[in-house]
Design a binder for this molecule. Structure first.
Ligand SMILES: *Cc1c(COP(=O)(O)O)cnc(C)c1O
Length: 354
C-alpha cells in the first residue's frame, strides 16, 4: 500500500477540522453553557455525542474490534461518500468497482466529479481479481467491492478479494451490508493484515433498522481518523444513537429473524424454480434473490398491479431480464408466489385465446 499521507487529498491532509463545543470538553460537568442550546430539558435539547462513544463501545464488543477502528455514519451512504471525498481529487482521481453492483458507489463518485471505472463480473457473477487490478491506474484511489453483492446476491471469492488487497496500492472497500445472511465470516479480521482494507456494515438489513440510518466502517485507526475529520460534527442524531443502542441490545431477536428469513429464502427459491417462465434463480447469500424471467418488465408491471413491489433490474448490465426479490414475511412471500402463479396461468389463457 502507498503511504496513507500520499493517498489522502492534500487539502484534507492539511485540513484543521471544525471543533465542536462537545469535542473540546472532557471530564465531569453539570452546567452546559457552551453550545447555545435551549437549556430547558426535553429528550432533544442537547447536541448528541459527536464521536458516538457509547454506541462504538457496543459495536466494539459485538464485532470484537477496538473503537478506534470504527466509524459510524448516517447510513453506509455517508461512509461511501466520505471515502471518495477524503481520497479522490475531483477531476483527477477515480475509483474502480464491479458491475453489476450497488449503484451508490458510482453516484457518490459522480457527485464528487470523480471517475468510476466498472469491471464486469464473470459468468456466475464471479469476481476476477486480475481484471479489477488491471482496470486500476495511477489515479485509482479506491476499489469498491460488495460481498455478498447487490443485486446478484452472491458472495465474492475470498481468494480474489485477498489478491486485490495484496496487490492494489490504494484502498479496498468491502461492503458487507448483507454479511449477516452469509455463512462466511466478515473481512473485519483482515484489518490486522491489510492496512488498506475498509469494511462497511449497516443496521439497515439483518438488524432491521433501516429507518435509523446507521452505517459502520471498520478500518485502520489512521483511516478512521481521516473520516472523522471530515464528517459533519453531529452526523448521528441523538435519537438515532439511542435507537441503535437499543437495536444492538437485541441480538437474539435479530438472530431469530435471520434464521426465519434464511428458511424462507430456501422456500421461495424452490417455488420460483418451479415456475415455467423463470429461467434462472441465482444462488443467494443475502436476504434477496435475483431471478431471470422471460419478460422482466411485464412481470414487474403485473406485480405492481397486485400491489407487490419488487426491483426491476432489467436495465442493469448483465442483469437483462432480471428482477430482484427481497425475502419478506412468510405471508408476504406467499402473496408474491401466488401472484406469480396467477401471472403464469393468465399467460397460458391468453395463448389459448389467440
Ligand atoms: C442496503 C445496502 C447498504 C446499506 O446502506 P445504508 O445507507 O446503511 O442503509 C449498503 N450497501 C449495499 C450494497 C446495500 O445493498
Amino acid at each position: 500500500m502507498k503511504k496513507l499521507n500520499d493517498l489522502v487529498r492534500p487539502n484534507i491532509r492539511s485540513l484543521k477540522p471544525y471543533s465542536s463545543a462537545r469535542n473540546e470538553f472532557h471530564g465531569e460537568a453539570s452546567v452546559f453553557l457552551d453550545a447555545n442550546e435551549n437549556p430547558y430539558n426535553t429528550a432533544y435539547n442537547r447536541y448528541p455525542d459527536p464521536m458516538q462513544g457509547e454506541l462504538k463501545k457496543r459495536i466494539s464488543e459485538l464485532k470484537d474490534i477496538a473503537p478506534e477502528h470504527i466509524f459510524t455514519g448516517n447510513g453506509s451512504d455517508e461512509a461511501i461518500d466520505l471515502v471518495i471525498r477524503a481520497f479522490c481529487e475531483p477531476g483527477v482521481d477515480n475509483i474502480v468497482t464491479i458491475t453489476p453492483s450497488y449503484g451508490m458507489y458510482e453516484v457518490a463518485a459522480a457527485t464528487n466529479n470523480v471517475g468510476c471505472v466498472k469491471v464486469n463480473l464473470e459468468p456466475g457473477f464471479r469476481l476476477n481479481a486480475d481484471a479489477v487490478l488491471n482496470a486500476a491506474g495511477e489515479h485509482t484511489k479506491a476499489i469498491y467491492l460488495c460481498s455478498p453483492n447487490n443485486p446478484t446476491g452472491n458472495l465474492l471469492s475470498r481468494e480474489e478479494i485477498y489478491r486485490i488487497l495484496k496487490y492494489f496500492q490504494g484502498l479496498v472497500v468491502v461492503d458487507e451490508a448483507y454479511i449477516d445472511f452469509a455463512a462466511t465470516p466478515s473481512f473485519i479480521r483482515g484489518l490486522l493484515s491489510f492496512p488498506n482494507l475498509i469494511v462497511f456494515q449497516t443496521l439497515s438489513k439483518a438488524w432491521g433498522a433501516a429507518g435509523i440510518r446507521l452505517g459502520m466502517a471498520f478500518a485502520s485507526s489512521e483511516i478512521i481518523a481521516i473520516l472523522n475529520k471530515i464528517k459533519y460534527p453531529y452526523n448521528i442524531s441523538r435519537p438515532a444513537q439511542q435507537c441503535a443502542l437499543e437495536v444492538l441490545s437485541r441480538e437474539a431477536c435479530m438472530k431469530k429473524q435471520l434464521e426465519e428469513i434464511l428458511r424462507e429464502r430456501t422456500q421461495v427459491e424452490t417455488a420460483l424454480e418451479q415456475l415455467p417462465f423463470v429461467k434462472q434463480v441465482y444462488p443467494s447469500d443475502a436476504n434477496f434473490i435475483l431471478v431471470r424471467v422471460e419478460d422482466a418488465q411485464a412481470t414487474y408491471n403485473y406485480l405492481v398491479e397486485k400491489q407487490i413491489i419488487v426491483r426491476n433490474r432489467h436495465s442493469i448490465a448483465l442483469c437483462e431480464g432480471c428482477i430482484r426479490i427481497t425475502i419478506g414475511t412468510p405471508e408476504e412471500n406467499n402473496l408474491l408466489l401466488q401472484a406469480l402463479k396467477n401471472y403464469y396461468s393468465l399467460g397460458i389463457r391468453k395463448e389459448n385465446n389467440r
